[in-house]
Design a protein around this ligand. Structure first.
Ligand SMILES: Cc1ncc(COP(=O)(O)O)c(C=O)c1O
Length: 366
């Protein structure tokens, strides 16, 4: 039995490794493993969310809500937009990207993604018969090569993915650049991925009132501490949101995710602290890594940072393996298109874990 031609030709997506996988592969204690591979919130979820999940468990024999009004209201408030400008996804921001593709992509359409960037856009859009066209991030200047975006546009371009802060470089895209791209390409959907916007304290969400071709992606997996509950959302003009609601899986958000999400948005103190501690950890890691010979670390506006390790003599796969043996998970970026085999990405941890990581990193490099 053959699958669809597109599926036959596809490779699986390679996510960061989990603590369970590393613990069993290297015979380590799960609790001792420090995870700097997947850009999560290391301080745990909001206590209010945990309590709400416990209280909700007795109701999981019932289907979840489909309209999610209480959550949509909270997201609209948190984001400063109207409820009609919000859509929620139950497999995180990844579901939002999937619904975007199902809503807007016809076979043969092109989408532009500057490399390196989040690889899941390509993985999902290809499933609908769309073709990637690669623009680029200028790694020497550590900024988006804006000309490469304009040069990549053809009459088949349907979407341009612009991640800000960009994963994995940690860099922001200037609002004027986004406005320029959106206004010169009115028939192309400009998808601005703000999965990490809280760490940059910068958003472009106001552009959805000016442009009917701008879509903002957000997630609860990062600052908001709910990666395991899989909740994402999108912000755009009413027309886009209405189209997407025709396609979106009706019950994709579980009851437990729903109550966890609502209660996290109500926990303002948790959110403020997650941002503050995240920025503190980022600064600590950046300062310490900058002092290590042979490592070239990019300044970051997010909760991770990209490190060029070529001067150490290790490839990313070798260094990641040596660290893994000592219970440290980092992201070997070899699978990111646009990067060679000498880049790793690390994410923030608690300061205690950060210190332990820095010591082990020095030990391995020496
Ligand atoms: C830039 C970017 N967008 C979207 C996502 C997907 O997030 P979620 O966990 O909500 O699916 C990620 C996850 O790492 C990401 O880095």
């Amino acid at each position: 039995m053959k699958a669809r031609k597109i599926v036959e030709e596809m490779d699986s997506y390679v996510p960061g490794k989990s603590q369970d996988e590393i613990a069993s592969d290297f015979n380590l204690n799960k609790e001792d493993i420090i995870k700097l591979g997947s850009n999560e919130n290391p301080w745990g979820p909001s206590p209010k969310a945990m309590k709400a999940i416990q209280d909700e468990i007795k109701s999981i024999n019932r289907y979840p809500e489909s309209q999610l009004q209480d959550l949509v209201k909270r997201i609209a408030e948190y984001s400063g937009v109207d409820t009609s400008q919000v859509i929620v996804g139950g497999d995180g921001a990844d579901e939002i990207i999937d619904v975007l593709a199902k809503t807007f992509i016809d076979e043969g359409d092109e989408f532009i993604v500057p490399l390196p960037s989040y690889m899941y856009y390509e993985y999902l859009l290809k499933q609908y018969g769309a073709k990637p066209v690669y623009a680029k991030w200028d790694l020497d200047k550590n900024e988006l090569d804006v000309k490469s975006i304009f040069d990549s546009v053809t009459d088949k371009t349907k979407m341009i993915f612009l991640c800000s802060p960009n994963n994995p470089t940690g860099t922001l895209i200037d609002k004027e650049v986004l406005v320029d791209i959106a206004s010169k390409n009115p028939d192309v959907l400009i998808v601005i991925d703000e999965a990490y916007f809280e760490y940059a304290e910068v958003t472009n969400k106001d552009l959805i009132n000016e442009f009917d071709n701008i879509f903002i992606i957000r997630t609860m997996s990062k600052v908001l501490g709910l990666a395991g509950m899989r909740i994402g959302y999108g912000l755009a003009c009413d027309t886009i949101i209405e189209y997407m609601h025709r396609i979106k899986p009706v019950f994709s958000l579980t009851r437990l995710s729903f109550v966890a999400a609502c209660n996290t948005f109500d926990d303002k103190e948790y959110i403020a602290q997650s941002i503050e501690k995240g920025i503190e950890s980022r600064q600590y890691l950046y300062d310490e890594i900058s002092k290590i010979d042979g490592l070239n670390v990019f300044p970051s506006k997010s909760n991770y940072m990209l490190i060029d390790i070529r001067e150490t003599g290790f490839t990313a796969a070798e260094l990641a393996l040596e660290l893994m043996k000592k219970g440290i998970i980092v992201r070997d970026c070899t699978s990111f298109k646009g990067l060679d085999e000498y880049w790793i990405r690390i994410s923030i941890c608690t300061l205690k874990e950060d210190e332990k990581f820095i010591n082990i990193l020095k030990e391995v490099l020496n």
